[in-house]
Write a protein that binds this ligand. Structure first.
Ligand SMILES: C[S@@+](CC[C@H](N)C(=O)[O-])C[C@H]1O[C@@H](n2cnc3c(N)ncnc32)[C@H](O)[C@@H]1O
Length: 303
């Protein structure tokens, strides 16, 4: 099915104007103890990305295509979260196996519950993606790391380890975003911050800038014989500000502004920020019929 191209000269110009080169850096500890100490953030993100998309092909459909499964592969999922992706991939592994690894016990438990009782054997490991010492050499046909690599402290060790545990001919899929993905969300966020005279360092684009679709190829090439990028787009469209605001507040920590404790960014500040963001979203809905958030995302396929 042909993909819709949501890029327009106006969106490109907006990206060039608002997306800064800097990016947020979060530690594994912050991920484990703050963002993923329950499944709320993941639940909200997955719900919004699925329910408000306009592409008939879901994120998981793209992943299933990319993984080219025959049904009997052993799959390793680094940073498996609450198992949402694994649940959808599992029927394609009826005679294979699943190993899910995550640093955060709460989401790992949710993944385990989600796949409980299915016929595909599953193993769950609490740990960091840059230490796979519990796994044997040449033990997987597929490995994947979806929307999580920006949290991993030692990327050199992680990619070396992935190479080690993959069988010859095996495939590693790393999925992430372009830095300007969801730029309409950053636009309303930055405009609100600016109007409030907020600290300048809150104006950073995305936590994924560390390894994005823009700079991932050169970071992966030293570890694999072949690295291929498959990218795709989608556009979330909202005709009511309420679901977008849940996504913005819980799913993205106010575009990362509320991810870490900091002076001046208190409840009152965040409440005003939300009011200002909501007003812009409502204005877009009133004038254009919907508020659009364009996604530029994709996977590196490494062999
Ligand atoms: C945005 S979620 C993505 C979850 C899942 N891959 C998905 O796409 O739905 C990031 C996940 O990475 C996990 N994580 C963070 N740092 C990690 C690390 N160093 N090793 C393994 N998992 C980590 C988090 O606990 C969280 O579940």
């Amino acid at each position: 099915m042909a993909q819709t191209d949501f890029r327009t000269p106006a969106l490109d110009a907006l990206a060039a104007r608002i997306i800064p080169r800097e990016h947020f850096v979060f530690s594994t500890e912050t991920a484990r103890d703050k963002f993923f100490n329950d499944t709320r953030m993941l639940d909200v993100k997955q719900w919004v990305h699925n329910v408000f998309r306009t592409s008939p092909t879901s994120m998981v459909d793209h992943m299933v295509d990319n993984l080219a499964l025959t049904g009997s592969e052993d799959l390793l999922d680094l940073g498996c979260g609450n198992g949402f992706i694994l649940e959808h991939i599992r029927p394609h592994l009826a005679d294979g196996s699943i190993t899910g690894l995550d640093i955060a016990p709460a989401v790992l438990a949710a993944a385990k519950d989600r796949l409980n009782g299915t016929a595909t054997p599953c193993r769950w490991i609490e740990g960091s993606a840059d230490d796979l010492s519990m796994l044997d050499d040449n033990s997987f046909d597929r490995a994947m790391a979806n929307y999580m690599i920006h949290y991993v402290p030692d990327l050199n060790r992680c990619f070396t380890e992935v190479r080690r545990v993959l069988r010859p001919g095996g495939l590693f899929m790393l999925t992430t975003d372009r830095p300007d993905s969801m730029l309409e969300m950053y636009d309303v966020h930055f405009a609100a911050l600016e109007a409030m005279g907020a600290p300048k360092d809150l104006v950073k684009a995305t936590p994924k800038g560390r390894l994005s679709l823009e700079n991932g190829q050169e970071q992966l090439e030293p570890y694999f014989d072949e690295v291929r990028l498959i990218s795709w787009q989608d556009q979330l469209r909202f005709t009511d500000p309420a679901p977008f605001m849940r996504f913005y507040e819980v799913g993205h920590n106010h575009c990362c502004a509320s991810s870490e404790e900091r002076e001046g960014v208190d409840g009152e500040f965040l409440s005003e920020l939300r009011d200002r963001v909501r007003a812009q979203v409502q204005e877009a809905i009133t004038s254009k019929g919907h508020f659009a958030v364009t996604k530029f995302t994709g996977s590196f396929l490494c062999q």
